[in-house]
Design a protein around this ligand. Structure first.
Ligand code: IPE
Ligand code: IPE
Ligand code: MG
Length: 263
């Protein structure tokens, strides 16, 4: 079969290497309890901790969490500023734990719109965990999939203008390498909690062949059981990457034979 090597590996892998989550439903979770929306965001932090620990246990290589979209600035000013404060507090509080648990933290998105204080905190947190080689935890903050593509396009245009690259030679690899989420890579499993069935401008480029999983569970309630169900659904699916089911089965049988041969 003529699948690129990365996709051959993805077909073979039962477990997702890269899981991305649209953590939705905090506001409704709080409202159902007669509380302010912020109460839901605070409860959502506990869920983040739980998801990071579960992903580590499962041996997932990277986990990308959508924390704040480029469209979320449209929310009431009070909610936006409370979210920024929460982000600041959580970064300060959790960085040591991440460091000790060998988690490498990366923030993706246009962080230039954040306060100086928050930008500094982000830089510190990234630096302190940079040499960790366990789970890569990407937090998407002021992130938008279209922004990411536009950003990469601007850089490509600059390269062409300077004569470093011929426009005709532009490839998928060039674009991938220039995106802020370049280090994020292709997503295997995209989960959205909260019951809505949309991407909301998350990782558009990187989810081209992701398996999509929608859960009705609101983010603060998304526990190991709910995460486990998403993983089980992924494991039961056949990823074909444009091939036929028969081709995929043949590839899996070939791989099995090779493994038996070298066992
Ligand atoms: C997701 O929860 C978290 C952020 C967007 C910051 P929401 O705040 O969107 O929760 P709902 O969708 O209103 O319930
Ligand atoms: C998506 O949730 C963004 C995050 C989870 C951070 P939203 O609640 O903002 O998405 P929409 O507006 O319902 O599409
Ligand atoms: Mg929402």
């Amino acid at each position: 079969m003529t699948l690129p090597e990365a996709q051959q590996l993805a077909v073979k892998d039962a477990m997702p290497k890269h899981v991305a989550i649209i953590m939705d439903g905090n506001g409704r979770w709080a409202q159902q309890r007669g509380k302010l929306r912020m109460f839901g965001h605070q409860a959502g932090v506990k869920s983040v901790r739980r998801a990071v620990s579960f992903a580590t246990q499962l041996g997932v290589k990277s986990l990308t969490l959508f924390a704040f979209s480029s469209e979320n600035w449209r929310r009431p000013e009070e909610e936006v500023s409370s979210l920024m404060n929460l982000f600041l507090t959580v970064l300060q509080r959790e960085v040591k734990k991440l460091k000790n648990n060998n988690v490498q933290l990366r923030i993706i998105g246009d962080t230039s719109r954040f306060s100086e204080k928050l930008q500094k905190r982000i830089a510190i947190a990234q630096n302190e965990t940079a040499t960790n080689d366990g789970l890569v935890l990407n937090i998407a903050a002021n992130y938008g999939g279209r922004w990411d593509i536009v950003n990469a396009s601007k850089q490509l245009a600059e390269q062409v203008k300077k004569g470093h690259l011929d426009a005709q030679d532009i490839s998928e690899e060039h674009i991938s390498a220039l995106m802020d989420s370049d280090t994020v890579g292709d997503v295997d499993l995209l989960i959205r909690t909260g019951g809505d069935h949309r991407i909301s401008n998350f990782l558009l480029w990187q989810t081209a062949y992701a398996e999509l999983y929608f859960s009705d569970v609101l983010w603060p309630d998304f526990d190991e059981d709910a995460f486990g169900e998403a993983i089980a659904a992924f494991v039961s699916r056949e990823r074909r990457f444009g091939c036929t089911g028969e081709q995929v089965q043949a590839l899996l049988i070939d791989n099995q034979k090779n493994e038996d041969h070298f066992a």
